[in-house]
Design a protein around this ligand. Sequence first.
Ligand code: SF4
Ligand code: SF4
Length: 124
Amino acid sequence: MATKNTYDCAKCPGYCCSYDYIETKPADVTRLAKHHGVAVDVAREKFTKQVEHEGETMRVLRHRKDTVYKSMCMFFDQTERRCTIYEGRPAVCRDYPNGTTCGYYNFLKFERKHQGDKDFIPSA
Ligand code: SF4
Ligand code: SF4
């Protein structure tokens, strides 16, 4: 029997999409290129950038300034608070949060209950 998720992304402002290092592997860049109907080189340049993180060189999704968090993935709709490229999103986004619970959602739920405000957004 499938276990039910204990988080609800529709009630979250999309914290996971604010992470600075959303990694894209070559297969992700190819998927992004197909999704947008552009060449792989174009997708790599337009949607990703190379960074150094914890001693490793990696390619991550580009960001833009956000109204809730400091910045968000460039593919995040800041009004609807959701991904605009759901079918084309990288593997790491597909896998997250790797289980039936999301740590940030638990934190959000706890803070909202504590504050008595169902829309409260704590700074992470
Ligand atoms: S932080 Fe958790 S609850 Fe919020 S959008 Fe991401 S996976 Fe969903
Ligand atoms: S591609 Fe979509 S799911 Fe992944 S970080 Fe960006 S907005 Fe979030």
